[in-house]
Design a protein around this ligand. Structure first.
Ligand code: MSP
Length: 483
């Protein structure tokens, strides 16, 4: 019996203090495209996404909105789900940190870590950034402000529980160096290694006394769990893991945890790399669970050369993109915006231009030209051996998370075909040279099948529409031009 390959991919879970935005969509679309690609390779795939619903930031926002925290997070979590539906995201589970099963697992883990002495009682003093939900060290600050959020930090000094970090530091370095726990792109691996080699990790506070909106510590109900510790465990509970340490003795083969852990790819933005490369693996090591195979770090979306921000007025609303470009148009424009792994810069004007060039004129035109002229429906789906070269090229790009390069490869074929149409003018051949016309059309139809197949992970609805149009010979306007 041939064992199916498994592929587990996660997105960060998103804070529900505000509505979903383009940055959240960027990661989630990438994860969905990768998951769909692996499903097509006949692998068993699990895509996990969800929402991060505890902590001070959310507690404050709920209060401002005059709502109970649970009611508040229910609403915004629902907004995330709605957006994913509109963007055609096919996830296998949507985890919420307020799910009772998740909370029960968090309690179990904390109790176990406390019992084995990895967590101990102490004091912590530091500058807390509510937007990061993290303590920031003095030397990171810009005039007393958080470098990422430009807000003045709160000085906190309180009794808390701490997680031992330093004792596992050199083991962690070894796992990162050997790529047992790979961090990609490579420069982020270097960055983390140099940080870990130069600074001794401080034990971190894993509880808060004055934050009521969180999971109470099972051994001291006056404290709630630090929101990041709670959040990281989603990657395990999202698979149905219940927090018990019997995970490796074959309790239930049906359990997705046994099947899918360790994760193959964990996608994260660069702002949350440090915590994902320190606290998260150290929690797992204390607990004796294998580390994820890879953390893949992507850049940020910027606009007009600057960070997107409401004050600068340069934000691009994801809903706006959806209504202008549709789901597949939005997916394409975000995934082809620039190198996946580096910052990308977007403006609405440039996206409209690209939409018109690549989608309305490029893909849309090719499809409508071919469908208009196709007479012979006998050309059908590709046989598995056809186009092996190009398919493995794309597979290679995807294995290395070069999503934008995979798309560029597809667009190369597309542009060649548009050129081929112009050079051969099949509408003239139809009258003057029937034999040549048939040959030209055969190539075009075959290439269009190829294109539609290659597009499935990135633009699933469009891929389907092209295949249908080829079969029914019904012309279709895939992407109306934007004036
Ligand atoms: N809740 C935490 C993650 C916990 S995971 C155990 C969190 N949430 S977040 O909603 O603030 O951010 C989620 C992701 O969105 C991060 O990966 C972040 O990098 C990404 N983005 C936020 N703004 C972004 C852009 N402008 N561009 C691209 N991604 C960005 O952090």
């Amino acid at each position: 019996m041939i064992m199916k390959k498994n592929f587990y991919i996660t997105t960060p879970i998103y804070y529900v203090n505000a509505l979903p935005h383009i940055g959240h969509a960027y990661t989630t679309i990438a994860a969905d495209a990768l998951a769909r690609f692996h499903r097509l390779q006949k692998e068993e795939v699990f895509l996990l996404t969800g929402t991060d619903e505890h902590g001070l930031k959310i507690q404050h926002k709920a209060k401002e909105a005059g709502k109970e925290p649970q009611e508040f997070v229910n609403e915004i979590s629902g907004d995330f789900k709605n957006l994913w539906r509109k963007l055609d995201i096919k996830y296998d589970n949507f985890i919420r940190t307020t799910d009772p099963a998740h909370k029960a697992a968090v309690e179990k883990v904390l109790q176990a870590l406390y019992d084995k002495g990895a967590i101990y009682k102490g004091k912590y003093e530091g500058l807390y950034c509510v937007a990061c939900e993290q303590f920031r060290s003095e030397n990171e600050l810009a005039e007393g402000r958080c470098p990422d959020h430009d807000i003045v930090l709160e000085k906190i000094k309180e009794e808390c529980y701490l997680l031992k970090m330093g004792e596992l530091q050199s083991e962690l370095i070894g796992k990162i160096e050997s790529d047992e726990f790979a961090i990609r792109p490579e420069r982020y691996k270097k960055e983390i290694l140099s940080f870990l080699k130069n600074e001794k990790l401080k034990d971190i506070s894993i509880s808060r006394k004055n934050v009521s909106w969180g999971v109470p510590l099972p051994f001291d109900k006056e404290h709630t769990t630090y929101v990041w510790v709670d959040a990281f465990l989603n990657y395990l509970t999202g698979l149905g893991w219940d927090g018990s340490q019997t995970f490796n003795v074959g309790i239930s083969p049906a359990l997705n945890f046994e099947k899918f852990w360790p994760a193959d790819v964990q996608l994260i933005g660069k702002d949350i790399l440090r915590v994902h490369a320190t606290i998260w693996p150290i929690m797992l090591m204390h607990f004796g669970i294998r580390l994820p195979k890879m953390l893949f770090v992507h850049g940020h979306i910027r606009s007009g050369g600057r960070k997107m921000s409401k004050t600068l007025g340069n934000t691009i609303a994801i809903e706006d993109m959806l209504s202008k470009f549709g789901a597949d148009g939005t997916r394409y424009l975000l995934m082809s915006a620039g190198t996946f792994g580096e910052d990308v810069d977007l403006t609405m004007e440039r996206m409209i231009e690209k939409y018109n060039a690549d989608l309305a004129n490029g893909l849309g035109n090719l499809v409508s030209r071919v469908i208009k002229l196709v007479t012979n429906p006998k050309s059908q789906a590709l046989n598995p051996k056809q186009f092996q070269g190009i398919k493995s090229k794309i597979q290679n790009f995807i294995s290395n998370l070069k999503i934008d390069e995979a798309l560029e490869e597809i667009w190369k074929i597309l542009r060649q075909n548009n050129k081929f149409v112009e050079e051969n003018k099949p509408w003239e051949l139809a009258k003057s040279d029937r034999a040549k016309f048939e040959k030209v059309m055969e190539k075009l139809v075959l290439d269009l099948y190829l294109i539609s197949e290659l597009l499935i992970p990135f633009m699933p609805e469009t891929a389907e529409k092209i295949k249908k149009a080829l079969k029914s010979k019904q012309p279709t306007i895939l992407f109306p031009k934007i004036k």
